[in-house]
Design a protein around this ligand. Structure first.
Ligand code: DAH
Length: 358
């Protein structure tokens, strides 16, 4: 059998000298692939005498492990370098003047978020944020969602690879995780909204794997369901710019609120068009309720002293309703024709005084 030390040095040197990920893959195949040199030697072990075979086997494993480790570290280094080069090449010079043929438009999601902030801002809410990559505690446990809850399953939640301590992070499935972060880090009274992205393993006509929500949370000493109703009804009337849009509260269930409700707005569907306002039909737009005492306690807030209400609403949904956009998936196609049609002028900032929409 050939000198394994020499073989190891030769292969590791080849790996270290590989200039591209493609070259690296070729070296891997020629060493460890089905017909690779190391694999070939492994296959040859069978023909050795038993005592020779043990030693040779161990030595071959040393070679194999050294080559594998070298491959991994070279692969990381090359991937980093490739990404750096790509980022460098992609650099955009934001100081260049706008090309006249490019007319920038605000995406309807940005416009809708601005409108939501204008309305809740007027009511005294501030905007809070949290990370898109969350842990089980903030996304589920602290929100009183039990371990066996279906939302925790792989087919509903995007989990990241396992970490060293055996836990797995996840892409937050709702903005409710930011309720927890805010209550952990700030003293009540609290009055926040959280516009942001959420992620679920779901893709069809009415679901995209990434979507937007706005969460709301108030925590104070004497908050009650009447405040929740007033706040939501006011929001709906302002947002749909119609003082008499019917709003209905329907009892519901969420693990993090008790009691819980879903809110519908009145609409009519005639001749294939959907119209917000009085009509024979109802459309669900959000979930809400009084914050469950267990959720307050999980964040170190004394539930005998404080209570609160919360709500969560899908942003695409209410944008589609207000602006008559029939197709959810078009939001994320990055089609300039769609954006030219449904986008908004970038300098028209929504305010309640001047009107939300240009
Ligand atoms: N997190 C819920 C969801 O994604 C929405 C929700 C319901 C949020 C009720 C709340 C709430 O804050 O009180 O479906």
């Amino acid at each position: 059998m050939e000198n394994l030390d020499d073989l190891k040095s030769e292969l590791v040197a080849a790996v270290d000298a590989a200039a591209t990920l493609g070259d690296l893959e070729e070296i891997r195949i020629s060493a460890l692939g089905k017909k690779g040199r190391v694999t070939g030697l492994m296959k040859g072990l069978g023909s050795l005498a038993p005592e020779e075979r043990r030693d040779a086997g161990q030595n071959l494993n040393i070679v194999k492990n050294a080559v594998t480790a070298a491959l991994e570290s070279r692969r990381d280094a090359l991937a980093d370098a490739e990404l750096d080069a790509q980022l460098e090449a992609d650099r955009v010079d934001v100081t260049l003047p706008v090309r006249p043929e490019v007319e920038g438009r605000l995406h309807p999601i940005s416009q809708t978020i601005d409108e939501i902030i204008a309305i809740f801002g007027e009511m005294g809410f501030t905007v809070a944020e949290g990370p898109d990559i969350e842990d089980n505690f903030h996304n589920f446990t602290a929100l009183n969602i039990p371990p066996e809850h279906p939302a925790r399953q792989m087919h509903d939640t995007f989990y990241l690879p396992e970490q060293e301590d055996g836990t797995r992070k996840l892409l937050r499935t709702h903005t409710s995780s930011v309720q927890i972060r805010t209550m952990q880090t700030s003293e009540p009274p609290l009055r926040i909204i959280v516009p942001g992205r959420a992620y679920r393993c779901d893709s069809d006509m009415t679901h995209t794997p990434m979507f937007h929500q706005v969460e709301g949370l108030i925590v104070d000493k004497s908050v009650h369901m009447g405040h929740l109703k007033g706040c939501i009804i006011d929001f709906c009337r302002s947002y749909f710019e119609s003082p008499d849009v019917p709003v209905r509260f329907r009892p519901s269930f969420f693990p993090f609120t008790e009691p819980s409700a879903e809110v519908d707005i009145g609409c009519s569907r005639s001749g294939g068009t959907l119209k917000i306002g009085a009509g024979e039909d109802w459309l669900e737009i959000l979930g809400c309720g009084m914050v469950h005492p267990k959720v307050l306690e999980a964040c170190g807030i004394d539930s005998s002293e404080y209570q609160g209400f919360a709500f969560g609403m899908g942003i695409e949904r209410i944008a589609m309703l207000k602006y008559g956009m029939p197709d959810l998936r078009a939001f994320f196609d990055a089609d300039m024709r769609w954006l030219r049609h449904y986008g908004f002028a970038s300098l028209e900032v929504p305010t309640l005084l001047r009107g939300l929409t240009p």
